[in-house]
Design a binder for this molecule. Structure first.
Ligand code: COA
Length: 158
């Protein structure tokens, strides 16, 4: 699946994309550290191992945005069975490099993930984002994702 707009190609990631995908994931982790509920700060080897596993895993794909041979954005889409026997798709690892933001790249990546999920019978797309990441919240609202659950936390004294 390949679409072109503004010289950006949206396509499924393949095994040979491992290094570039891992690099993007490390960039995402660095940005997330400030806002994540459970921040992870894994070194490159762990990021690469996780990405390799997910690239090869069943029922999941990465869509990537490529511009002039450089990878500039990604989103992972994974299918799982819901308790009622249906199928649901989850988006994770959503990232667009800062210089390419606000040009509709995540919108195109989500559209590709939507088609992929619909073709596999998924009833809906889900994702999690931290409330302090207000930019991400605005993006997901704009892309049609409503809030259906809230995670509450009370920090315990040590
Ligand atoms: C969130 C992120 C993936 C958005 O990527 P993007 O390619 O810039 O998003 P798009 O250009 O496709 O924008 C989609 C919609 O969100 C809106 N939007 C984008 N960035 C926004 C911002 N910072 N504030 C408010 N709205 C924003 C756009 O206006 C667009 O809506 P429109 O088409 O109706 O105008 C990108 O900012 C990013 O990588 N951020 C850091 C990592 C992150 O927070 N990931 C998400 C974790 S849950």
């Amino acid at each position: 699946m390949t679409t072109r707009a503004d010289r950006v190609t949206i396509r499924l990631a393949r095994a040979g994309d491992l290094e570039e995908l891992s690099l993007l994931r490390s960039e995402l982790r660095r940005e997330e550290r400030a806002v994540a509920l459970d921040p992870t700060d894994e070194e490159g080897g762990k990021v690469r191992a996780l990405t390799r596993r997910q690239l090869a895993g069943p029922q999941q794909v990465f869509f990537v945005a490529v511009s002039e041979d450089a990878m500039i954005g990604m989103v992972r889409c994974a299918l799982w069975s819901s308790p009622d026997g249906g199928s649901v798709a989850t988006l994770t690892t959503a990232y667009v490099r800062p210089a390419h933001r606000r040009r509709g790249i995540m919108r195109q990546l989500v559209e590709a993930a939507t088609t992929w999920s619909q073709e596999r019978g998924a009833s809906d797309l889900r994702l999690r984002n931290h409330v302090s990441n207000s930019a991400a919240g605005a993006v997901w609202e704009s892309l049609g994702f409503e809030v259906v659950q809230v995670v509450r936390r009370r920090t315990l004294p040590r």
